[in-house]
Design a protein around this ligand. Structure first.
Ligand code: EPZ
Length: 447
């Protein structure tokens, strides 16, 4: 097991290239199951969850090739061959590692009329049921049995339907969308998720011949077609707005000057007024956004909401910034029932936080002090990194596998911004203050 060691207190500045969005790449890679042939997907991030998804496709009978960094193939390119489907199952050992494997339900039912997927089970941030997924797929004509921890679905024929979601579930919308594209007739998904990642999936499906309207709105209209074929052009996954937001928030915690590049600033719009209210200046261009924060940030309260509201995936990172802000802020989490696992760990760094139900009240402190902390989930880990970068002294972050799921080349990217950070085995001791600034890597040269 590895750990991250950070000598905190250094101002971060510079440019950082953003990778493809994990939460767009996962459904897009799985959507290739809908059409037999060879698919090329670009800008796929180098993440553990991507490897898990490709292992799942491999188990189903669909091999893939990933471009080696520095090799002849374009970085981030993945080629998948979905000519044959040998197994119609997403097994427990993979679903346990990555609950998004449940997205295999829709495509397997649409292409093969059958799917057997392990129930994902809960995770650190909540129970995470899939009742809305099943409700929508049943409306299309699927029948499910729940046995032995598995959902076993069958569908002789999928027929278009009017589907009303109780909640704009992101992967629920995606699962139903991926089944509806091959249903007979028209499907409307009401109260659909409007996240940019859902829109990117819709664009990919359309490039395969699907007929979809309304992505980015709360009603998706799908006119089913008899078959899809691989897209003629490689699909490039949209940039990761949460990775971008995470690095931009480091400008608040370290009073820095950070530019994220290779992004779509429109997907970051909701964060701009928050950064400005905290006292930072924000500028942006066609594919970049810059946040500069020379003073101690001001306290700004947030409430997470489905898109286009403040993203729940940014709540933990924002809290890290608020632990150092001037004043008191309230963070209300309305999406998940247990998404404050970062609070006790932030308090180990000296943060002053009181949590009651789905609200955390943060009393900004003049500074934080480094300590050994433990990651519990992906975004909580990111929050602890942001706090450790600002804390005086050394912070050690354990259980790095959480971070590896969602942040590609983290140490390299942070080093390029001037952070003193190393990744070492967890039994290695690193003397405080001994970490040297990294030599600029190719990403700075590229940036
Ligand atoms: C997606 O998860 C993302 N994951 C999450 O990102 C993100 O936090 C979440 O959307 C919200 O934006 C991927 O896209 C792979 P939901 P998802 O279904 O689809 C309840 C990250 O850090 N619900 O929108 O699982 C559910 O319990 C991850 O990158 C039901 O009750 O989220 C939750 O409280 C974490 N029944 C709420 O809805 C259902 O059938 C939001 O869930 C489905 C969901």
């Amino acid at each position: 097991m590895d750990k991250l060691v950070i000598d905190g207190g250094y101002r971060l500045s510079g440019r950082v290239p953003i990778s493809g969005a994990k939460n767009a790449a996962l459904p897009i890679l799985i959507a290739t199951l809908l059409a037999s042939g060879q698919h090329t997907i670009d800008n796929v991030p180098e993440l553990v969850d991507i490897s898990t998804t490709l292992s799942l496709l491999g188990r189903i009978g669909c091999p893939s090739l990933v471009a080696e960094p520095g090799g002849s193939q374009k970085r981030g390119r993945v080629v998948i061959d979905t000519t044959r489907i040998a197994f119609r199952e997403a097994p427990y050992d993979l679903v346990r590692k990555m609950r998004a494997s449940v997205l295999a339900l829709g495509p397997l039912l649409a292409r093969c009329g059958e799917a057997r997927v392990s129930l994902p089970g809960g995770c650190a941030i909540g129970v995470r049921p899939i009742d809305q997924h099943l409700k929508g797929l049943e409306a299309l004509g699927c029948r499910f049995e729940l046995t032995g921890g598995y959902v076993h679905g069958r569908a002789d024929r999928l027929v278009g339907a009017e589907i009303h979601l109780d909640f704009p579930t992101v992967t629920g919308t995606e699962n139903i969308l991926m089944a509806a594209v091959l249903a007979d007739g028209v499907t409307r998904i009401h109260n659909a998720a409007k996240e940019p990642e859902v829109a990117d999936l819709a664009r990919f499906l359309r490039s395969m011949g699907a007929r979809i309207e309304g992505e980015g709105t709360s009603t998706l209209t799908i006119d089913g077609v008899p078959a899809l074929r691989p897209s003629r052009e490689p699909h490039s996954v949209l940039p990761d707005r949460i990775e971008a937001g995470t690095y931009l928030t480091a400008a608040l915690t370290t009073r820095g000057d950070i530019t994220v590049t290779e992004v779509d600033p429109r997907t970051l719009e909701v964060l701009v007024p928050m950064f400005q209210a905290a006292g930072a200046t924000v500028s942006s261009g066609e594919d970049w956004m810059r946040v500069v924060c020379d003073e101690r940030p001001q306290a700004v309260s947030v409430e997470t909401q489905p898109h286009p509201g403040f993203p729940t995936d940014m709540q933990a990172q924002w809290m890290a910034a608020m632990t150092l802000a001037a004043g008191t802020s309230v963070l209300r989490e309305t999406i998940f029932e247990n998404r404050f696992m970062h609070v006790p760990e932030l308090m180990r760094l000296g943060a002053e936080i009181q949590t009651r139900g789905n609200e955390s009240v943060v009393e900004g402190a003049p500074h934080l002090t480094g300590a050994t902390v433990m990651a519990t989930d992906l975004r909580a880990s990111a929050s602890l990194v942001l706090a450790g970068l600002a804390a005086q002294g050394q912070t050690q972050l354990l259980r790095l596998y959480h971070l590896d799921r969602g942040y590609a080349r983290l140490v390299e990217k942070l080093g390029d911004l001037g952070a003193r950070v190393v990744r070492v085995a967890d039994d290695v001791s690193v003397p405080v203050g001994s970490i040297q600034a990294a030599e600029p890597s190719d990403s700075r040269a590229a940036g």
